[in-house]
Design a protein around this ligand. Sequence first.
Ligand SMILES: NC(=O)c1ccc[n+]([C@@H]2O[C@H](COP(=O)([O-])OP(=O)(O)OC[C@H]3O[C@@H](n4cnc5c(N)ncnc54)[C@H](O)[C@@H]3O)[C@@H](O)[C@H]2O)c1
Length: 393
Amino acid sequence: MKNNKLVVAQIGCGKFAQSQDLPNIGNHPQLELKWCCDINAGHAAEMANKYGATHSTADFNEVIADPEVDLIKIATTHEVHLPIIEAAAARGIHIFCEKPMAMEITEAYKIIRAVRRNNVKMCVDLNRRMAPSMHALRERWLRQTANPQHQSWRYIETTRPMMAEEDCTNLLINIQDESSSYGMGHMDPLYGGGIIIGESVHWLDLACWFFAPQLPIEITAWGSSRLSHGITLKFNGGDSATLVFSNSGTFDYPKEMYQVSSKAALFQNLFFVENRYWGMPDAQPEFFPLQYDPFTREVPEQGFESYMKKYRLHTERAGDNLKKIENAKPLMVDKGHVGMWNGFIDAILNGKPSPCDEIAGFMSTYLAQLAIQSIELKQTLPVPIEKITPVFV
Ligand SMILES: NC(=O)c1ccc[n+]([C@@H]2O[C@H](COP(=O)([O-])OP(=O)(O)OC[C@H]3O[C@@H](n4cnc5c(N)ncnc54)[C@H](O)[C@@H]3O)[C@@H](O)[C@H]2O)c1
């Protein structure tokens, strides 16, 4: 701690670090950015200059050796997480790591061991679980399951018993993305591991968080283990999550839509800006502020339709290059990145549990690996209890 602030080093200063980490560190009153580290030394120096870090380097070991550093944020390519984490944990430095925490489970076990033996805190940026709209959706669903409310006109067949499946919840996650925008790093088996390891860990984690304390028991996946695919995850209480991920979509429409059906009700999350509820009397839509909104004056209203108007203005301004304007003047919904930072800093400073710890990081990688196996074998696979509750000495 320096001047009552945690001293932070950013390791990996690429696109994500610039769009989230470096601004979020700068905006947090209890953080001081000291280092920018990137294997491209010139780029690290440029980022240090831009975001007010006093030091820059191309070698993460130099960062780890600095006794002032309390916390590192890792946003490198995936394959270097383990050596960075092992070195940092050995020096008692807390670790905030981008997803996927690991590309395979032996690597995940080693990360868990390093973090636990050295008694440091770990957070994995599986950020969807920290989105305010997701918390509201889960809260509303829990209320309905605890005390189901129905429209007065609901027709229900009273002469037959309810079947067990009618009592189960289904979470549908619909992702449409445009894969021509991906760098090849995502696909490289050594650096990225494909889209299930690199991206779908988000939704495997979200499903586990949503249905906790239930545990997953069975997984079925289909499609391509590299690009478009689907995954169904069943939980031990009977609930299930289905992810449908298409890479043949367009940036002209939001990437993510969520839908929960449960107890004769429907709970929709429209791209983190609006939740709509159906089947329950008097359920009003809920609106959620954007993380970055350059159009508050042009379109002051909130909600999904307003977001789409803003997005239309955004793409009109983009001319021939959407990426350029996204970096210069972002329009961004709140997917939980800031919440994850705030939650982790609170955990470090006040001795609370991490908002997404190393076991969650392990679980999402393990389930992603099982999903890939399920695709390759064309089979449903069990999720054995002993695998998802590992014991370490
Ligand atoms: N949570 C999310 O929603 C989200 C969104 C996008 C990306 N990400 C994650 O962020 C990470 C980075 O993605 P990106 O899009 O910024 O990629 P990127 O390629 O733009 O950035 C990665 C950076 O890491 C640097 N790097 C690689 N090895 C390094 C090392 N050993 N030491 C220091 N720097 C090193 C590279 O030079 C590069 O600048 C990935 O893990 C990705 O999965 C997360």
